[in-house]
Design a protein around this ligand. Structure first.
Ligand SMILES: Nc1nc2c(c(=O)[nH]1)N[C@H]1C(S)=C(S)[C@@H](COP(=O)(O)O)O[C@H]1N2
Ligand SMILES: [Mo]
Length: 261
């Protein structure tokens, strides 16, 4: 299959083979649904898309088609009332395990005093939010497993406003298709509206009771319990509600967009 390694990762980033080995069992458990994540044969790909997969251009189009097909299947089987497993405070890993498309030394901390969350798209009240305003909203806590496709996972304790409650409060069109997150490090991610409205999807401001530390997305990040690690945008600077599909940082690298677990 055409699983491309992201070319954008810094070449000097060390591969933690021990961690990969340790996490393999857990990952395998979550990979049982990998059929839905792109394990189609070449002939199935040709059949499905009706195009000649030996041509570069067609391959790109075929990949997009298969990816959309995967997204559609995952969206269809997504159950908004099905809760992800939660864990106890004693299982929480402190500090959390860092990952980004660059090394931790390149994290650029955000000044919480001047930071504002911008709102865009199909939202009635687009007034930006300061961190202080967000801290005053009711908090929800989630102790959930974070799973990164690089082969590791950890249990984390996140809290912050529930995303459905926040979207409702600002008058977002809850029948729109996508919620986009634009981040301070030029990272972009988006999720389908059903996942955005899932009861275990929050805008996290805290980890294990303290404000999230800089490398993990201070002052605001997404924490969904139904999606792979890379969907959980850190250092969010804008939220946009829209019906228009756009590729995101990782989907442009060939990763599946829906990325359900
Ligand atoms: N803004 C931003 N968000 C991001 C990323 C990134 O590079 N930039 N990496 C993603 C990936 S691949 C993972 S696994 C998680 C890691 O989150 P953590 O450092 O809190 O464990 O953040 C996700 N969110
Ligand atoms: Mo990841």
């Amino acid at each position: 299959m055409f699983i491309r390694k992201p070319s954008i990762l810094p070449p000097d980033k060390p591969v933690d083979r021990d961690a990969i080995r340790q996490s393999r069992a857990v990952l395998e458990h979550f990979n049982r649904r990998k059929l839905l994540r792109g394990a189609l044969s070449l002939s199935a790909l040709t059949l499905l898309t009706g195009c000649d997969v030996s041509e570069e251009d067609s391959v790109q189009k075929a990949l997009r088609a298969v990816s959309s097909w995967n997204d559609g299947v995952q969206a269809a089987i997504f159950r908004s009332d099905h809760l992800a497993p939660t864990f106890s405070p004693s299982q929480v890993v402190k500090p959390p395990r860092f990952n980004a498309y660059y090394d931790i030394d390149h994290v650029k901390p955000i000044d919480g005093a001047t930071w504002k969350l911008e709102l865009a798209g199909l939202i009635k009240d687009k007034r930006p939010w300061t961190a202080q305003q967000i801290y005053q909203l009711p908090e929800q806590e989630l102790i959930i497993r974070h799973i990164c496709v690089e082969g590791w996972d950890y249990i984390g304790q996140w809290s912050g406003p529930n995303l459905r409650a926040f979207l409702t409060r600002v008058g977002a069109d809850l029948t729109a298709k996508y919620v986009y997150f634009i981040c301070n490090d030029n990272f972009t991610e988006s999720i389908d509206m059903a996942s955005a409205l899932h009861p275990q999807t929050i805008l996290a401001t805290k980890y294990a009771g303290d404000f999230i530390a800089d490398p993990f997305g201070y002052p605001l990040r997404l924490r969904t319990s139904t999606k792979l690690g890379y969907k959980n945008a850190k250092w969010i600077k804008a939220v946009e509600v829209t019906n228009t599909f756009r590729e995101t940082f990782w989907s442009k690298q060939g990763e599946n967009w829906f990325a359900g677990i």
